[in-house]
Design a protein around this ligand. Structure first.
Ligand code: FDA
Length: 302
């Protein structure tokens, strides 16, 4: 109840307050800040996936600028020798305004990544975007089989059936590559599982399906129970180390992250940067309203 109240208040918080929380979860506002975060992660043996913050734009002009920003980012990161790929949110390229324009922009980005033999992950947004994002992935995967992947959300009731229906795109030579996460958007009960245990159960079932079929999973979680469950599944399917990876968000649970890296598993960190950090940060605050009270404490102590 209190958590829900806090969650509803979060979007109303002043930017300065949210920034106090955000600064540990965002690489910075500039591409240079992102490069330095990636270099530091790479030097700890961690791969990256870089995300330029922004979503739900209002005009197609913004979509074009966002595409150009990604194209420039790829040139910069490849030039800097960063060991990592890129994540995109389709609504930032006009998915909900004109899906064809969005497709054309993301195609340009995937083509640029493909020039460097690199990879673009299509993030999954709220349930109103899922069909459109799966269609987008299907079209891009047909043209760039090795250079594009998708995110699937374990909390959605439809995810298992989406997984099964996407199997027509899977071959042992070029396996599907899916990031599996719990899902972060507020969705109604008829669309998404709500309870922690239910979501975790489906997460592990979906992961088991992926490992069994030889899909390459990006196991995206900071939940120790899921990490332990994933490690058991990896062992029982005898998945080789180059057939899966763990993924975490920048700045979240660094100790758990190090323990996975130290045990020899591949780890990739999602590195968000850019001017539009407010939406990203308020979603994370809603996820973890307890953090609000620690910010209040730090404000009072400063
Ligand atoms: P859970 O929420 O139970 O967190 C476990 C523990 O981790 C918490 O108790 C806390 O200690 C810590 N923790 C988690 N999040 C934290 C935070 N923000 N700040 C501080 N501590 C935190 N979702 C989506 O809908 N579409 C997407 O495309 C993506 N992409 C994505 C990429 C990557 C690399 C990750 C790791 C996650 C996503 N997500 C996402 C978000 C995902 O759906 C989910 O909301 C979060 O990962 C939180 O779920 P956990 O599995 O970490 O468990």
């Amino acid at each position: 109840m209190i958590n829900r109240l806090i969650a509803n208040t979060i979007p109303l918080l002043p930017e300065r307050f949210v920034w106090l929380f955000s600064r540990s979860y965002i690489a910075g506002e500039s591409v240079d800040a992102a490069m330095s975060a990636c270099r530091s992660l790479n030097s700890d043996g961690i791969k990256t996936t870089i995300d330029i913050l922004g979503e739900f734009i209002r005009s197609l002009d913004e979509a074009r600028k966002n595409r150009d920003e990604y194209l420039a980012l790829i040139e910069t990161a490849q030039g800097a020798g960063i060991d990592g790929n890129y994540s995109v949110k389709p609504t930032m390229f006009g998915l909900l305004i004109d899906a064809e324009v969005c497709y054309a922009h993301i195609r340009d980005i995937v083509a640029k990544a493909a020039d460097y033999d690199n990879f673009i992950r299509i993030d999954m947004e709220d349930s109103g975007c899922v069909d459109l994002e799966i269609d987008l992935f299907r079209r891009l995967k047909a043209e760039f089989p090795k250079n594009v992947g998708l995110v699937l959300q374990a909390y959605l009731r439809r995810t298992r059936s989406d997984l099964e229906s996407l199997m027509d795109l899977h071959t042992p030579d070029v396996p599907l590559n899916f990031r599996l996460c719990k899902g972060i958007y507020a969705e109604p009960r008829r669309i998404a599982f709500q309870r922690h245990e239910e979501i975790n159960l489906h997460f592990l079932e979906d992961l088991g399906f992926m490992l069994q079929k030889g899909i390459y999973p990006g196991i995206a979680t900071h939940d120790r129970a899921l990490v332990d469950g994933a490690l058991k599944l990896i062992e029982s399917y005898q998945a080789p180390r180059d057939r899966y990876e763990f993924q975490m968000l920048y700045g979240v649970t660094p100790e758990l992250r190090s323990s996975i890296v130290d045990a020899g598993h591949t780890m990739r960190v999602y590195v968000p940067y850019g001017r539009h950090w407010f939406g990203y940060s308020t979603r994370r605050l809603k996820e973890n309203p307890k953090i609000v009270s620690s910010i209040v404490k730090s404000l009072l102590l400063n």
